[in-house]
Design a protein around this ligand. Sequence first.
Ligand SMILES: Nc1ncnc2c1ncn2[C@@H]1O[C@H](COP(=O)(O)OP(=O)(O)OP(=O)(O)O)[C@@H](O)[C@H]1O
Length: 341
Amino acid sequence: MNAIVELSGAHVVHKARSGGLFTRDRVYALTGADLTVAPGETVGVVGESGCGKSTLAKVLVGVVRPTSGTVSFQGRDLWSMPPAERRAAVGGSTGMIFQDPSTALNRRLTVRQILRDPLDVHGRGTKPQREERVRELMSLVGLPRALADALPGQLSGGQRQRVAIARALALDPGLVVADEPTSALDVSVRAQILNLLLDLKERLGLALVFVSHDIQTVRRMSDRVITMYLGRIVEESPAADVTDRARHPYTRALFSATPGLLDPIDPIPLTGPVPSATRPPSGCPFRTRCWKADGVCADRMPDFSAASPPGHRFRCHHPVEEDASTRDLVRQNHQSHPREP
Ligand SMILES: Nc1ncnc2c1ncn2[C@@H]1O[C@H](COP(=O)(O)OP(=O)(O)OP(=O)(O)O)[C@@H](O)[C@H]1O
């Protein structure tokens, strides 16, 4: 089946800023990302703050242009298209849902205007057809019609996020990218929004890329989980296996620290801070915190190795043994302290 979107060797490098001014330093937000999203699948993206999850999400929907590498939409290189064609391709294929609907929605526009805007911009249908589409979108996300003339400030947080979801769906995209879609919401409405996303995905056959700090939710929502560390994708694993069969030490450590996923055991400790994205370590970026690291890890970043089942791959010179339990890893970690190679 053709991929909806495919990244190949995508790098994003920003100029670093200090006190509002650019410095000579560079921030390596995304390094060599290869990723394919197929129709109908849900891909979860996990990793600590600053590891490049949002950057990856924005590259996937054409909001950020990679410094190098390619982004292909249905086989066509997005950034070599003329701008008008690119906008049409992005608008018609993808929708994005941001973390905070209060800032993502124009507070001066009514719900009806917010939902009609993408239809107007992309010239979809006649005026009455657009009005009908707005009604359809509101009903799709469970918003009462009476709210059509409300402003975002008159809605609850959950209702605002429903508007943002409806807007992302306006042009009937095949892919929706949701970047922390529930983290700004009250705990009581988070489950409703997640269930809505799952329901829409099923009903509309959407592919979903779901970025979240909440590892438990990512695992529950996704078919496949991508682990990122300091701008790099270090593992791709079927979601069902990611808790106790992931092969990258970082993925195992991340999931071991999530309450409720494993038997109550001590998490695998990670020593030291995440290094700066301005000066990432040589070789494998995780080596400075990894209990398995040695000289080769400092020399070069390993290529991806394939693991079972198909679709599982990781980048590590010293992967976790296939049958190692998290308890084994905690023990190993205690025995060998991470060394600076
Ligand atoms: N426009 C920018 N200019 C400079 N640096 C940036 C810019 N956007 C992102 N960065 C940096 O790039 C790195 C990756 O950022 P990104 O927002 O993608 O991470 P993240 O994993 O989504 O973080 P979080 O979970 O905290 O949202 C970080 O070091 C961040 O500070």
